[in-house]
Every structure is written in C-alpha cells, then in structure tokens.
Ligand binder design. Structure first.
Ligand code: AVJ
Length: 352
C-alpha cells in the first residue's frame, strides 16, 4: 500500500480490490469486493436456508433498490427513528464536535450519509475535520456518499470503505500518526443499525471496534429505545407498505445473485415487537407450501404453509444495557442524550 493508510493494522488484512465498478474517481478501500460479497452471500444463504428455523441476515436487504426502499421507510410517518435521531443530532452536533475535536469521521453503514452532514458541519466549524470515511457493505451507497460529500465539502479528504462491519471493522484504515494527522477518530454508528445484532454479535462488534481505536478516539452510537408495543408494531408495519417491499427485497437479491426462484407473492411480511426479548422480530411467512430452487447453491428449499423465515431483528435498548455492554468492551461514557419524547438515544463513548 502506498497511500499511507496501511499502517496500524493487526491480523491478516483482506487484499483491497482494484477496478471495482462504480468507484470512478473516488478514493476507496475495498475490503469486500463484489466477488467476496457474492461468496459471503452464498455462505450465509446456504447456512440460513438450510437451518431450522430458516433465517437470512439483514445486510442482504441493501442492494441499490433495498437502500432506496430503506430511505423511503425513513420518510414514512410511523417510522419515528430517523426523525428522532436527527432531532438529537441537530441539538448536540456542536457539543459533540467541541468534545471530540475529531479529525476523521468514520460513518459505519453510511447509507446516504444525510444525518452525517450535521456532524461534518459541526466538526468543520470547530476546525478539526480533515477526513471522512463512509463505510458500508453496499458499494453504490458508499460511492454516492463519497461523491456527494467531496462535492459539498471542498478540501475534505474522502475515503470510501466497502466492507461488512461484522468482519471488517478491525481493518478500518487509519492515517499514520507521522502524517501530522493524529487527531482523534470519531466512529459514528447511527440509525440503530446496532439493533440488527444479537447480543453476542454486539459484544464482538464493540470489542473489535475498541481494538481498532486508540485511547482518546470516540464512538458515537444511535440506538432506538424500548417503548410501547403499539408504536413499534406500527413503525415496522407502515400503512403504505414500504416495509413489506423492503423485507421482500432480500428475495430479489437471492433471485438475482444466487439464481433463485423466490416468488414474492407467496410470502407475507410479518413484524411484531416481542416485549419479553425487547426486539422487533421481522419475518417472511410462506402463504402456501412450496419449493424454491436456488440454482447458484444447487439447493431446493421447501417451505411449509405458514412457515416463517427470519430476515431481521431490531433490538430496542435501555440505557443501562448499553452502558454495561460498552463498558465491558473498554469504553467510557462521555454523553447520553435522547430526543424530547425519549424515543431514541444518541450516546458518545471514549476509548479508555
Ligand atoms: C436500519 C436496522 C435501523 O431496524 O429499524 C426498518 C431497518 N427494517 N424497517 C430498523 C428496518 C424494517 C432498520 N435499521
């Protein structure tokens, strides 16, 4: 590596891919190439479709169409999360910028990076901002974010990273100290994407993030809070049906990338808050008994009538639970904020 980002790695590092389409003119680190992505999809789809009960990891919603559908969900009246998080960020961005004085902002699962602009503006205004790194599994999403932000923030060094944050957070490229760019890193993980992780995945994620950070670096976490079931059920069953399309999009991804023959019309969207486990369980339920061929895996998958396949969990949090998990991973709390309705939380953690 000659770009000065190769230092500070531990462990074996994936070879960055070259010549990925869709990254023209964007400085990028591809930790997950298109070929890797398909290999990972194959492995995870094979495991999930042959498991009992069947399940698919939620990251596979997010091809270009899925990312656009998620964006549409954030504008639905029932889906309060994005608006609440934006309310907190609008109020706290300056405080976060003054506290962290971060020189690099990393956004995990960046999507369209729209809320990040609040942070970028505040960090630019305190004069500490040098670099922005959108990190996402969806290459078109990071590429678009990188292009738009480079345009709107002249002088900002933008480096896109394509990766799976379960696997690749520990390989986050760091600028070496000797470049005179030793300001702290601020890693933002917004939107309650952390809700997609189960408890073990969360612990592993916080621990590997802590390993890539140096003492004095920062972690900003957006996490949705436990609340009344009726509101959560409504948020994941919007009247316009965008969430239905989003949930079923994973079937289109399998059809296209694994030459599967899923028929969306044979499945119902099912999403319900489980107040015991404090999570929204999101599934696709087969309307009738049928078989699906997955040619790319040489697999025939049988569904019984009424059989449910889990496509996502969306865990809801309490402050005490978050503090416990982050402290266990080696973080110290610096701030914990909610919106006025106490629907959503934004918290700032310092690598201790
Ligand atoms: C992007 C994981 C935060 O769990 O609320 C929205 C995804 N799924 N509606 C969430 C989602 C169905 C969303 N996250």
């Amino acid at each position: 590596m000659s770009d000065g980002f190769a230092q500070g790695f531990t462990g074996t590092r994936p070879v960055p891919g070259g010549g990925e389409p869709g990254l023209a003119g964007v400085d990028a680190e591809v930790l997950l190439t298109e070929a890797d992505r398909v290999a990972l999809l194959r492995a995870e789809a094979r495991r999930g479709l042959t498991a009992s009960p069947k399940q698919l990891p939620p990251k596979w919603f997010y091809d270009e169409r899925g990312s656009a559908l998620f964006d549409a969900i954030t504008r639905e009246p029932e889906y309060y999360l994005t608006r609440r998080e934006r309310e907190i960020l609008t109020e706290r961005a300056v405080e976060i910028a003054r506290t962290t004085r971060a020189s690099t902002l990393v956004e995990l699962g960046s999507g369209t990076s729209e809320k990040t602009r609040l942070l970028l503006d505040a960090l630019r205004d305190v004069g500490s901002l040098r670099r922005f790194m959108p990190f996402d599994v969806c290459l078109p999403a990071v590429a678009d974010a990188a292009v738009a932000l480079r345009r709107d923030y002249p002088g900002l060094n933008v480096k896109a990273v394509v990766g799976d944050f379960h696997e690749h957070v520990r390989f986050l490229p760091r600028a070496p100290q000797e470049q005179g760019d030793a300001g702290p890193l601020l890693v933002a993980f917004l939107g309650s994407t952390i809700g997609n992780f189960d408890e073990a995945e969360r612990a592993r994620f916080f621990a590997s993030l802590r390993l890539v950070l140096r003492p004095g670096d920062w972690f900003l976490l957006g996490a949705d809070l436990v609340k009344a079931k009726r509101r959560l059920d409504a948020a994941y069953n919007d009247a316009a049906g965008v969430t239905v399309q989003f949930n079923k999009n994973v079937l289109r991804v399998l059809n296209r990338d694994l030459r599967a023959s899923f028929d969306e019309a044979l499945f119902d969207h099912v999403a319900a808050y489980d107040s015991e486990r404090e999570l929204v369980d999101i599934r696709l339920r087969a309307r009738v008994a049928h078989q699906v061929k997955v040619d790319g895996l040489g697999l025939t998958v049988r569904f019984a009538a009424g059989e449910e396949m889990r496509t996502e969990i969306s865990v809801k949090f309490r402050r005490a639970g978050l503090e416990k998990a982050l402290r266990a991973a080696g973080f110290k709390r610096s701030g914990f904020w909610t919106d006025r309705a106490r629907d959503f939380s934004l918290s700032l953690w310092r690598a201790a």
